[in-house]
Design a protein around this ligand. Structure first.
Ligand SMILES: *Cc1c(COP(=O)(O)O)cnc(C)c1O
Length: 356
């Protein structure tokens, strides 16, 4: 039977007794083998994609949101608020709607992908645009929740992290143990923190072992690689366009404890990996979600990471439908032809000739 994450894994999470159960039956996302992509990286290892874009609102944020909103409702909150690069907004809006709560989301003006903004509006949240960055928005929501009884559901909310640990549990359940290596994108650094906490928790209760972590930032928004905040973060991967990660210290500690690292890749590498994953494996993810894989490919190609004989899981955090504009820009407009067989044959047979 399908159950929500709190029913399935709540006993392993540190949630207060007043926590209610607000769920959209999130989680249970597939772990998809991608052998072609593995061969492209040199082969000789197992590569699996944890496809988090298949959560109810199209990103992993739903894992943390079921926990954070459940806790907020249980303690009597009437409204929730968050700053967001987009996916947190859509997720908070959906879970607030589900729980009958009000929801306010702050987003950086003009920097949120179309599918995410549409989501937040569709679910009925009050959407406020900030003439500033995600980091500015986060500062403001932290301040307003200190002054007024509105529940903060950003990933500085500890229950978000608790909920997000469930992805690590699912991977261990599917594989029978932790993978050798886990690679994932890093923005505000909540997710890598949650994965590490989740793997450690499962190792305590099930002896499932621990993976090395490879966290990947975008070059234009790589404070954890540079060692200092980035005032004006820029990247095509808007979900990780963050210059002051709230959980940066924890992320660095997690990577180090695991024997792994946090690295950066270029926007070109991210977009190329997004294209490969869609066109060679049939898995369409938003740009940020391809960063983990792009980082893996870079490290393997440079000989800095030996994956032979290993089991590698790449977390693909959000669905490609979230950011359709990127694709419209990156691929040619579909041709328009007359409604005749001649015209159709001409164009179809031409393109057949071009196939390898
Ligand atoms: C939020 C998000 C990230 C970054 O996760 P953090 O916890 O902020 O590091 C990456 N990809 C997508 C699609 C996201 O929505």
């Amino acid at each position: 039977m399908t159950t929500g994450l709190l029913d399935r894994y709540g006993h392993l999470l540190d949630l207060p007794p007043h926590t209610a159960r607000v769920t959209l039956l999130e989680g249970g996302t597939p772990l998809i083998p991608t052998p072609r992509l593995a061969r492209r990286m040199g082969g000789g290892f197992d590569l699996l994609i944890k496809y988090e874009g298949l959560n109810p609102t199209g990103s992993f944020k739903d894992r943390g949101m079921t926990a954070a909103v459940s806790e907020a409702v249980g303690r009597g909150a009437k409204r929730v608020i968050c700053a967001s690069t987009g996916n947190t907004a859509a997720s908070a809006a959906a879970y607030a709607a589900r729980a009958g709560l009000g929801c306010v989301v702050l987003i950086p003006e003009g920097k949120v992908a179309a599918g995410k903004l549409a989501g937040a509006r569709a679910y009925g949240a009050q959407v406020v645009q900030i003439k500033g960055s995600f980091d500015d928005a986060l500062r403001l929501v932290v301040e307003i929740t200190r002054r007024h009884p509105i529940a903060l559901v950003n990933s500085i909310n500890p229950y978000r992290i608790e909920g997000q640990k469930t992805a690590a549990f699912e991977i261990c359940d599917d594989l029978g143990a932790a993978p050798d290596l886990l690679c994932l994108p890093v923005g505000n650094a909540g997710n890598i923190t949650a994965y590490w906490g989740g793997f450690k928790r499962y190792d305590e209760v099930k002896g499932s072992g621990l993976p090395r972590l490879l966290g990947v930032q975008a070059e234009g928004a790589a404070p954890l690689v540079l060692g200092h905040p980035v005032e004006k973060p820029e990247t095509v991967a808007t979900a990780i366009r963050i210059g002051r990660p709230a959980r940066g210290e924890e992320a660095l500690r997690a990577a180090e404890e695991s024997g792994g690292r946090i690295i950066a890749v270029s926007d070109a590498q991210i977009l190329e990996m997004q294209r490969l994953l869609a066109q060679e494996e049939g898995i369409w993810v938003e740009p940020a979600s391809a960063a983990g894989l792009a980082g893996l490919a870079q490290e393997v190609a440079a000989g800095r990471l030996d994956v032979r004989g290993k089991r590698v899981v790449a977390v693909c955090t959000g669905h490609g439908l979230k950011d359709p504009d990127i694709i419209s820009r990156a691929t040619p407009q579909p041709k328009v032809i007359a409604p005749t067989m001649d015209a159709l044959e001409e164009i179809v047979l031409q393109s057949e000739e071009r196939q390898p």
